[in-house]
Design a protein. Sequence first.
Length: 333
Amino acid sequence: MTELVVTGGAGFIGSNFVRHVVRVRPQWHVTVLDKLTYAGNLANLAGLPEDRVAFVRGDVADADVVDGVVGAADAVVHFAAESHNDNSLRDPRPFVDTNLVGTFTLLEAVRRHGVRFHHISTDEVYGDLALDAPARFTEHTPYNPSSPYSSTKAGSDLLVRAWVRSFNVQATISNCSNNYGPYQYVEKFIPRQITNVLSGIRPKLYGAGLNVRDWIHTEDHSSAVVEILEHGRIGQTYLIGADGEQNNLTVVRMILELMGRDPDDFEHVNDRPGHDRRYAIDSTKLQEELGWQPRYTNFREGLKATIDWYTAHRDWWEPVKAQVEATYAKAGQ
Ligand code: NAD
Ligand code: TDX
């Protein structure tokens, strides 16, 4: 039996990862450590077998709680973070506390207890690419983050690298592109637009909508993380992506069309300050070294399934929708 701690396991990607692990690794037991911020929701873990998944409510920056949970683990996968760029522009403080101090606190605990650590990060640490250049991010791209969110994620990656080099912590890092799928909080681009349409609100596109994101289904992110946890080389960074580049305008139009609406029935709103233009991942290392392949590569089909999920789970998102929209409205978004 492997005892796996998943921080942030009540959030979007973390909860999908816990469901994935319960399905594909029957011999593993998972303990979720999550603070249940606005983005964490125990409903995301509903229905999972009680003998396979335990829950501890706590802050990853709280050394006492972290020490107890990590001390009983064989491995930690660290998803917990403040994750939304727009929030980081309004109030950066929680991003420093959770993404930097929280990661530091976990690193000290895995160092003390000799526990394997996998750090979940983002392609945003590399900054952005020009819209018209063929370049993609690789593991050798220099760090150049733009927002308070991405700079705190970049800082957390560097902490992990230093703890590997200086203290021989047994850690790996992955930097993944934009995820989509079920259980994504409605502040994010794709669920915001789907739930806007379901609520009779027009989708909102920042600026001209030409910014490009490299979409990956959250299931493919999960399978890559299991692969790295089991077979990744200690101290290495792996980029995770599934060749899913789309500009935001195309995605909004596809959502409207799949939902039976006029594809032009959206509105342009204020752009995000410092808005990154394009992200694109080259995942050759992960594919060649560990043999990982994405399985959910038809974006249109994945988007349709995601629309169906939000349509069937109104009770999950409706209680928070008005508040999320009120916050955006204050910024003219
Ligand atoms: P999310 O905001 O949906 O979930 C974050 C979870 O972390 C929530 O359950 C929240 O309660 C918990 N949390 C926040 N602060 C905490 C703290 N101090 N202590 C304990 N728990 C805390 O985020 P997400 O989109 O699922 O992202 C998960 C991870 O994946 C993050 O590290 C993020 O940087 C990374 N990532 C996200 C994407 C994406 O497209 N969403 C892409 C690449 C990487
Ligand atoms: O209403 C919107 N309209 C819009 O045009 C929103 C919410 C977003 N956008 C644009 C901004 C981005 O170009 O859509 C794109 C995606 O926006 P987000 O969902 O906020 O994601 P992004 O900023 O790209 O960051 C995401 O991917 C990398 C996650 O939130 C991060 O946690 C992850 O690290």
